[in-house]
Design a protein around this ligand. Structure first.
Ligand SMILES: [Zn+2]
Length: 249
């Protein structure tokens, strides 16, 4: 687990520091097949957040949230889940705390699909009640990375999947010592297009893995990681220039 800036900081250092914004990584603790660690979603979100905070002035990196909404994965071993309602409350209370301490700009980096509904609900509702508090989110880095990278970067299923080609590649960049490629095995489910079937994870893979992790490489991981970090840094610099107002002339 990465050290986190706030946890290592002493009070006198915080007092002297200037933070006008924060980055909150949120993840999950759930089975990612036999080749990746349970903390995969947490480790990836934390790594991206640390890199971004290190490059953007006035940005405080918050400790990573290691639990997420993982009910749909819960038939696999040692999935630790909280429910969406709980996550909404946690996110709102963290925003409330930051707001009370004068940090009124937040970027959330999410590492896990099951967290997206709570993230959407909490941020929309909190912002409506507190328009002065600005928040942005990278909700699905695995989709964004695919959008930003040249077509053909991934070999199987557009790189998608739980512990699939993209996520396994990311872990080869973030924590290669925790990846065991000799155990990599996945399944690409045949899902209908355009309409989302609300599957339980065990219904679409026997391995706890979707996509094809055997196609993962550290080169793809480095490309994904660098591209996402650069994109977020550019995004934040642009937001700062515009005072976190959108659609500004
Ligand atoms: Zn994952």
């Amino acid at each position: 687990m990465n050290d986190t800036e706030l946890l290592r900081m002493m009070g006198y250092r915080l007092k002297d520091a200037y933070f006008d914004k924060a980055v909150l990584p949120i993840g999950s603790t759930e089975y990612h097949g036999e080749h990746l660690p349970f903390g995969t979603d947490t480790l990836v979100a934390d790594s991206l957040a640390a890199a971004v905070a290190g490059r953007v002035e006035g940005m405080l990196k918050l400790p990573v949230m290691p639990y997420g909404m993982s009910h749909h994965y819960s038939s696999f071993p040692m999935v630790l889940t909280i429910d969406t309602e709980t996550l909404i409350r946690v996110l709102k209370q963290l925003m409330e705390s930051l707001n009370a301490h004068g940090v009124k700009r937040l970027l959330v980096i999410n590492g896990h699909d099951g967290n997206i509904p709570a993230l959407e609900a909490a941020t929309r509702e909190y912002r409506t009640e507190h328009p002065e508090f600005k928040v942005a989110a990278l909700e699905a880095w695995w989709v964004t990375a695919g959008d930003l990278l040249p077509p053909g970067t991934f070999e199987a299923w557009g790189g998608l999947g739980h512990a699939g080609e993209g996520e396994t590649s990311m872990m080869l960049r973030v924590a290669p010592e925790l990846v065991n490629m000799s155990k990599a095995k996945g399944h690409i489910p045949d899902l209908p297009a355009h309409v989302q079937v609300k599957w339980l994870f065990r219904e679409i893979t026997p391995y706890g893995v979707t996509g094809d992790p055997t196609k993962a490489t550290s080169e793809k991981g480095i490309l994904m990681w660098d591209t996402l970090v650069n994109h977020l840094v550019d995004f934040l610099e642009e937001m700062d220039r515009n005072g976190w107002e959108v659609d500004k002339e």
